[in-house]
Design a binder for this molecule. Structure first.
Ligand code: HEC
Length: 136
């Protein structure tokens, strides 16, 4: 009995600390409003209005957060990790610059919650058999 109580309280403590749960950050509803600034290029559905605008819909939130942090540092490399080049894109450096941490968490929560059209690379890699067939 005693053991059982200890186990239950350990489980409760673990839950309270967020162990074992996917830690979603931000507020997607707030992000939807803030994402209006992004839709001209990334699309209302988050899938990009043209092939040069990457799809954000359904992307891992952590990945989107990391990308925005990298644009915010304008491609500066970490002083201790030379040779690793971070993202540096004139458009996105400017778009990411004014965002607060809260903005980033909200916006990425929103885009990652949208249905993804991401698929595998079948038919999209130049020279692959799939590509030849699907292009006709
Ligand atoms: C004027 C067009 C434009 C606007 C507006 C824009 N983006 Fe982008 N975004 C781009 C382009 C172009 C890239 C690809 C840049 C590169 O090659 O690194 C990109 C890349 C990204 C990426 C990296 C995606 C990946 O898979 O690598 C993220 C995340 C992103 N944008 C988020 C945003 C957010 C959030 C906003 C609004 C605050 C926004 N963008 C507004 C054009 C735009």
């Amino acid at each position: 009995m005693q053991q059982r109580i200890i186990l239950v309280s350990l489980a409760a403590a673990a839950l309270a600390l967020g162990f074992g749960t996917a830690s979603a950050k931000g507020n997607a509803a707030a992000g939807a409003k803030k994402a209006v600034a992004c839709e001209a290029c990334h699309g209302k559905d988050g899938n990009g209005t043209a092939p040069n605008y990457p799809a954000l819909a359904g992307q891992y939130q952590d990945y989107l957060i990391e990308a925005l942090h990298e644009y915010q540092t304008n491609g500066r490399t970490h002083p201790l990790v030379s040779g690793i080049h971070h993202r540096d894109n004139a458009i996105m450096n400017a778009m990411a610059a004014p965002l607060t941490e809260q903005d980033i968490e909200d916006i990425t929560a929103y885009f990652s919650s949208l249905p993804s059209k991401l698929s595998d690379l079948s038919g999209k890699v130049q020279g692959s058999d799939d590509g030849l067939h699907s292009r006709g």
